[in-house]
Design a binder for this molecule. Sequence first.
Ligand code: GLY
Ligand code: MN
Ligand code: MN
Length: 492
Amino acid sequence: MQTAPTRAAASQSSAQSPIQSPAQSLAAPSLVHTLLARRRRLAQQIDFPVLLWSGTAKSRNFAANIYPYRASSHFLYFAGLPLENAAIRIEGDQLMLFMDDATADDVLWHGPGPSRNDIAEQIGATAAHPLKALADLGQGVATFGEKDETVQMLEQAMLQRSIVIPRHGVRSNQTLEKAIVQLRMIHDEGSLAAIRQAIAVTVSAHKAGMAATPAVLAKQGIEAQVRAAMEGVIMAHDMTCAYGSIVTIAGEVLHNNHYHQPLSAGDLLLADVGAETTGGWAADITRTWPVTGKFSSTQRDLYDVVLAAHDFCIEKAQPGAEYADIHQIACQIMAAGLVELGILKGDPEALVADDAHALFFPHGVGHLMGLDVHDMEDLGDLAGYAEGRGRSDRFGLAFLRLNRVLAPGMVITIEPGFYQVPAILNDPKNRDRYAQSVNWERLEQFADVRGIRIEDDILITEQGNEVLSRDLPTAASAIEDLMMNLKQTAAL
Ligand code: GLY
Ligand code: MN
Ligand code: MN
C-alpha cells in the first residue's frame, strides 16, 4: 500500500507565504476547537461510530505523476486537513486518526512532513494508528457508500465489507448523510473564516482579471491570458480553484471551459472564478465586464436587468424565506426587464408562468456553497432540497439546485443571468411556442450580448444577510470606474 505523503498537511505547517492575503488578518478559531464542536453536534444526531476516508491521489500514467489531489469534503469537515490515504473514526466527541507515517522513499521524493502523531495533535485526535489497525478498530462503524474505487478496495480489505451496515431499521448511511447535511449546511465560525479567506482572494483575482483585460485586448490576446492573471492571484495565495474557471467571451456557454478565443472590442467577458483554501473551502463569484472597459448601451441595458434581479434577490435572501420564491423573483424581474426593453411581449407574470423568461435565463438562481462550490451535491439533492421536495421538470426550473427555507448560517449564491444560447433560441419548438412572446427582430439589436451573469456569495444571518463578496462592485458604472482606476494604477 502506498504511504500517505501528506504533502498538503506539510504545507499547513510551513512558513507563512510572503504574499499577504487580504484575508490573513481575519482571526480563525482554533482547528481543534472547531473540529471538537463539529463532533459534538454530530453526536447530537447519531449514536453510532462513523468512519470517514480522505481518498487517495489518482495517478495518470505512472504512480508518481498524479492528478491534483482533493480530499473528500466530508473528511475535510471533520479532519480539517487535506490528508491523503487517511481515515478518521468519530464516536461521540472522540476522534481516531488512521494513517501511515511516510516511508523513506516518500521522504526522498516529497520531502519530510509531519508525522501521524503531529497531525493527530494538530486536529485534536484522541488516538492515532496506522491504517492496518482499522482491521480491529474499524469494525461496527457506519460509512458512506464510497465512490472512490481505491477506498472501496480498502474498505473491503480492512473492514471486510464494502457496503454500509443497517442500524435502527434505516440504512445507516442515509442517517449519517442526513446528519452531516444538517451540520454542513449551517456554517460555524471556522468554516465562515475559511470561506471569507477564499472570497477575499477571489475578489483580488477578479480585480486582476479586470486590470489585465484591456492590455490583453490591445495585444490581440486570448481569454487564457485573462484567466492566467486571475488564477495567478489564487496560486500566489497558495490556494487552488474551487472549480474549472469560466473566463470567456462566449458567456452563453454556461460552464465554458475553453480559453482560446481572442478578445475583440465590443465583447463582454464573463468570468466565473473562485478560489479554494487548502482546507477545501470555496468561493464562487461571477462578474461580466466589457473588454474595452466601457459597456455599449445595449450591453448596459441588459446588464441592468440582470443586476436588478440580483439586487432584489439578495434583499429577499432572509431567514425564513423560501429559496424557490427567490428564484421566482429573479424570473419575474428578468421578464419585466425584458418586456421593458421590448425583447419579450406581454404580461411578465404570464410570461413567467409560460417559462418564456427561461429562454434567456435557463438555470436556477443559485445554490449552497461551502466545502464544495455546489455544496454536498455528491449526495444528490439531499442537501439542496428539503425532505419531500423533488426537481421540477419545467423548463427553467429543472436546474434549480436549492429548494428549501433559508436559515441563519447558510451560505448561498445569488447568480441570475441573461444568455443568448443558439441551441435554445433557434430550436424550432421554442420558436413556435414563443412566437408571440418574443420580439425576435428587437432581440437582434442586442447581438453584442452573448452572456451576462452576476454572482455573489451570501451568508444568511439572524437579522437578514451579509454579502460576503461585497468588496467586488456589481454596478455597471462601478465596474467601468474600477477598470479605469486599475488601468491608471497599472500605468503609474
Ligand atoms: N461556478 C459554478 C456556478 O456558479 O454554479
Ligand atoms: Mn455558483
Ligand atoms: Mn459561479
